[in-house]
Design a binder for this molecule. Structure first.
Ligand SMILES: [Zn+2]
Length: 128
C-alpha cells in the first residue's frame, strides 16, 4: 500500500526536477494570472494563453496596417515571423501540454500566413 500522501510527495519531486531543469518556475506576468510559463516562453514571461492573446493582437494590427496599404514596422514583422517559428516548434514538438492550445496555435499560423501574403501583395503593388 502506498502512503496516503504518496502522490503529494511525487508531485513535489516533479516540481523540483522541473525547477532544476528550467532554472526556476515562473508565473505568468499578466495581472491576476497564476498560470506557469512554459519553458519555450520564458523569454516572453507569460503563459501560453496570454502569449497567444498578445501575438493575435499584434498580428491583427499588422494585418490591418497591410490592408490599408501601409507597411508595418520592419521590427514588428520580424517579431511576428519569429512567433510563427515558435508556434511551429510548439506544434511539432512532443508537447502534450500544448494540446489544448493546438487549435489556437494553428489559427495563429494561418493569421501570420495571411499577414505574410498581404505584405507580399503590397510589395508587388509598390513595384509595379
Ligand atoms: Zn497568463
Amino acid at each position: 500500500m502506498l502512503a496516503p500522501n504518496h502522490s503529494v510527495v511525487t508531485g513535489e519531486t516533479c516540481v523540483t526536477v522541473l525547477a532544476q531543469k528550467t532554472g526556476q518556475i515562473r508565473m505568468c506576468r499578466t495581472d491576476t494570472c497564476t498560470s506557469p510559463v512554459p519553458s519555450v516562453l520564458v523569454k516572453h514571461g507569460v503563459c501560453l494563453e496570454h502569449y497567444l492573446d498578445d501575438v493575435f493582437t499584434e498580428a491583427a494590427a499588422a494585418l490591418q496596417h497591410c490592408q490599408r496599404g501601409r507597411t508595418p514596422d520592419a521590427g514588428k514583422v520580424r517579431w511576428l515571423q519569429a512567433q510563427g517559428d515558435l508556434a511551429v516548434r510548439m506544434l511539432s514538438g512532443n508537447t502534450s501540454d500544448h494540446a489544448e492550445h493546438r487549435g489556437r496555435l494553428l489559427e495563429l499560423l494561418l493569421c501570420l500566413a495571411h499577414v505574410h501574403e498581404c505584405l507580399k501583395r503590397n510589395a508587388c503593388a509598390r513595384k509595379s
